[in-house]
Design a protein around this ligand. Structure first.
Ligand code: ADP
Length: 414
């Protein structure tokens, strides 16, 4: 795309791609109002019966299986489906103004969404050693677009970028310093796009100046993390070197004494890979309940009196509450507490357990509103609460689309 060339916003479409190890999720947005037009996914990439799903804004939905050999074939399929005469979503590829890619790890290189160039790809490749499961398929997605739609600008939006403002005393682990220098072992944090979006949105809704605020965000999904945000910048977050640290999650331990890990490895003769699997895939809510990683199911089971499910919920909610206390101290106060993602948006019992006995920071939940708040932006604290508590559904794809456009506009200014 030539610098300075401006296209009417109404004609711009932005494609957001989220490439996983065997999947590509996508969403197409209108550039003028960032409303979504189409969303879909291709899963089981590499198999003969890869599953393709697509939904249009008018409710029209298609599902079929197909042989999809790799990420390039998946993205080719997605582009074909957007361009097909039958669907009439894009009349011509020139309507596609930009592609925004979710990239999980930007290491210490990227603190902003960034226009993709060969140098940027090289740096994302370097960060692959920090996120070996995530970055490689995302690079494959970027390369596929370079090949299939050359000339359409691509932007990388990093999960880690929003956390790059965390001060060194909060991101360092107290290991010998040489390992930070040698391997860049430190806290990076993840879910940055979501924390940024819900914090900014909640400040807007609460009529608080984002740039003069103390906000704690709780992204509670299958993967869960929290962030402390001071005057619009992130000052701490609960995930660390990897997404394992911090809160209890669907299948991840969150914080654990490293000595317990070493003890288990010795006692059970576990390899590093086996231990990794236990910490990341067999622990958390699933490990504690011995039932499911799915909070909705565990809540239902706890309702029947199952003690282990009750315990899993108690451990989960207590950890979040403990982090609220820690971040209230880090921020020296709290104006806003925000809940988002699958559990944060939909589980009133989890929210009320977390907010119980937080009157030392002046937090008072409106139990009635909390009970009915679901799927929408709602204030769930009482008017006399010193801390406003909000439920704000996260929308990472629309933030990626918006940040992608911002990068392109900036580029055009130069
Ligand atoms: P991720 O994107 O990390 O896979 P989500 O943000 O989709 O996760 O959240 C998934 C979690 O949200 C699951 O544990 C699921 O049980 C929980 N969840 C979704 N809806 C509800 C609900 N109505 N009540 C309780 N938990 C829910």
């Amino acid at each position: 795309m030539k610098k300075g060339k401006r296209i009417a916003k109404s004609r711009m479409k932005v494609l957001v791609l989220n490439s996983g190890s065997s999947s590509v999720k996508y969403q197409l947005f209108n550039g003028n109002d960032l409303s979504w037009l189409v969303r879909g996914s291709i899963t089981r990439i590499g198999k003969n019966d890869a599953e393709c799903w697509q939904e249009r804004k008018d409710g029209h939905e298609v599902k079929y299986t197909l042989h999809i050999s790799d990420h390039e074939a998946a993205i080719d399929r997605i582009l074909q489906s957007l361009l097909s005469k039958k669907s009439a979503i894009l009349s011509d590829i020139s309507e596609l103004y930009a592609v925004g890619h979710r990239v999980v790890h930007g290491g210490e290189y990227f603190s902003q969404p960034t226009l993709i160039s060969d140098d940027v790809i090289e740096k994302i490749e370097e960060c692959s050693q920090l996120a070996p499961l995530h970055n490689p398929p995302q690079i494959a997605g970027i390369r596929a677009c370079q090949k299939l739609i050359p000339g359409i600008p691509q932007v990388a939006v990093f999960d880690t970028a929003f956390h790059q403002t965390i001060p060194q005393y909060a991101f360092m682990y107290a290991l010998p310093y040489e390992f930070y220098e040698k391997y860049r072992i430190r806290r990076y944090g993840f879910h940055g796009t979501s924390h940024y979006y819900v914090a900014k949105k909640a400040a807007e809704l609460a009529e608080i100046d984002f740039n003069k605020s103390k906000i704690i965000t709780c992204h509670l999904g299958n993967g869960s993390s929290m962030a402390a945000i001071h005057d619009g910048v992130c000052v701490d977050t609960s995930m660390g070197f990897t997404p394992l640290e911090g809160l209890v999650m669907g299948t991840r331990t969150g914080d654990i004494d490293a000595s317990a890990v070493l003890f288990l490895m010795r006692q059970e003769n576990l390899t590093a890979e086996e231990m990794d699997e236990m910490l990341n895939k067999k622990s958390g809510v699933l490990g504690l309940s011995s039932y499911s990683n799915d909070m909705q199911k565990v809540l239902q089971r706890a309702d029947t009196g199952d003690k282990r499910s009750e315990l899993a919920i108690d451990v989960f909610t207590y950890r979040v509450k403990k982090y609220i206390g820690a971040y209230a101290a880090a921020l020296n106060g709290v104006d806003l507490l925000v809940f988002t993602a699958g559990i944060g948006e939909n589980a009133p019992l989890v929210r009320s357990k977390i907010c119980k006995d937080l009157d030392f920071i002046g937090l008072r939940l409106d139990h009635f509103v909390n009970q009915i708040a679901q799927f929408s932006e709602v204030k769930i604290s009482r008017d006399d609460s010193a801390v406003q508590v909000w439920v704000v559904p996260t929308n990472e794809e629309s933030v990626i689309a918006s940040q992608t456009l911002d990068v392109i506009y900036e580029m055009q200014k130069d």
